[in-house]
Write a protein that binds this ligand. Structure first.
Ligand code: C5P
Length: 400
């Protein structure tokens, strides 16, 4: 179950060319099982029709404060009160100015004033307008008042200029929504998560690697951010884009990952090694592409550094958490690794199963603790498992 599930979201759509992107926002929220109520301003309705948004949201779209039917069915106060989140996307300079100045002359500005729910504003406008003193000052003031913003992206705008002003990526807006709606048990914690495989070069075109997709580690990093932590993700080569609102450091080899994780672990409260670090690397990588007939049939290997073991030797008050991908004797192997690497917990999954692990979007794990306690997290999405792991770690270790 995702964060939007069961939530009441009021989506304000104002008059800009990006109004059509509200369709995608509604669809994504609806897919996440949120109940979406769209409030469309008069100028918004010049760009997109109420019928489109009504069809996608499966709820009546409110356009006019003084419409007797909609006011009796879904009055502005009732909308304002039942919202868990009020999202305005796209938000024009006009609506931002109205909110800042306490003007409530249409349905959207009235609902904003009447709500106690968090308000997330995603501006979209011409770059010159966005850079204007009025908008800068209005945004700064609203931030001080506790309004949340997702800054617009830079790029080519509909008006032909290039610069900041384009509505932020829909995925980024939704991610900020999830962050706002999540509980924050990890607030104040600094977390480092590693993810993905490592790739150990043989020559400039070949490398040794493994099947890790990075999905579990990325989910752990995203979940920690949503739960309030300050997060750095150290990732080996994966096809996944950098997650929003956290720092991502990209590395390739185990040696590079050791350097990055060791550096980032300074001052961190928790290090979670989710990466499937290669155990061996070609001993002498060639600087030139090895010819077919120059290969021979043997590649000499050398061990890579064990990052967790190295952190475990000087861990101080930091929590160290490992992941163990096993095909046999899961409990015994996981416990042995936890002891050898001096860990505070190890999360183990059975990668011989095809429905979980590696490239799958789902997982099922057992968490082992040094005191012998074992927690089982049943089959769920990797995002769901990640939240479960963080809540388990928080309940048992981090709250001390
Ligand atoms: O020994 P094994 O690789 O199965 O241990 C798994 C745990 O150790 C994972 O958390 C993994 O990220 C970490 N590890 C490491 N450095 C290595 C190998 C594994 O930190 N060289």
């Amino acid at each position: 179950m995702g964060i939007f599930s069961g939530k009441e979201i009021v989506l304000g759509v104002t008059g800009g060319i990006a109004a059509y992107k509200a369709c995608e926002i509604v669809r994504e929220l609806h897919k996440g099982s949120a109940s979406v109520h769209v409030v469309l301003t008069a100028s918004g309705a010049q760009f997109i029709t109420p019928l489109t948004l009504q069809t996608l949201s499966k709820n009546p779209v409110v356009t006019d404060l003084f419409n007797l039917v909609s006011e009796s069915e879904i009055g502005h106060i009732s909308l304002a009160q039942r919202a868990n989140l009020l999202l305005i996307a796209p938000a024009t300079a006009n609506i931002i100015g109205k909110i800042r100045n306490g003007i409530a002359d249409d349905m959207l500005s009235t609902v904003v004033m009447a709500t106690a729910a968090p308000v997330l504003i995603a501006p979209a406008m011409n770059s010159q307008m966005y850079a204007s003193a009025a908008v800068r000052e209005n945004v700064a003031t609203l931030r001080e008042r506790g309004f949340h913003f997702v800054e617009p992206d830079e790029g080519e705008l509909a008006c032909g200029t290039v610069g900041p002003g384009r509505l932020a990526d829909v995925g980024k807006i939704l991610e900020m929504g999830r962050i706002i709606l999540s509980e924050k048990p990890l607030a104040g914690k600094r977390v480092v998560v590693s993810a993905g495989p490592t790739a150990e070069p043989m020559d400039p075109v070949r490398f040794l690697s493994n099947r890790a997709s990075g999905k579990m580690g990325f989910a752990m990093a995203r979940a920690a951010r949503r739960l309030g932590a300050e997060v750095t993700l150290v990732s080996g080569p994966t096809a996944l884009p950098d997650p929003h609102f956290l720092a991502t450091v990209r590395v390739r080899t185990a040696e590079e990952m050791l350097g990055a994780v060791t550096r980032e672990a300074e001052g961190a409260d928790v290090v979670v090694m989710c990466a499937a670090v290669a155990d061996f690397r070609p001993k002498k990588p060639s600087s030139r592409k090895i010819k077919k007939d120059g290969f021979g049939l043997k590649v000499e290997l050398a061990p890579t550094p064990d990052i967790l073991e190295s952190l475990g030797r000087k861990k101080g008050s930091r929590l160290l958490v490992g992941f163990a991908a096993e095909t046999d004797d899961l409990a015994q192997n996981a416990r042995e690794k936890m002891r050898r690497k001096n860990l505070d917990a190890i999360v183990a999954n059975d990668v011989s199963r095809i429905d979980i692990g590696f490239e799958s979007d789902n997982n099922e794990v057992r968490i082992f603790f040094p005191d012998g306690e074992v927690m089982d997290l049943p089959l769920a999405t990797k995002d769901g498992i990640a939240v479960g792991v963080w809540l388990a770690l928080n309940g048992k270790l981090l709250r001390r």
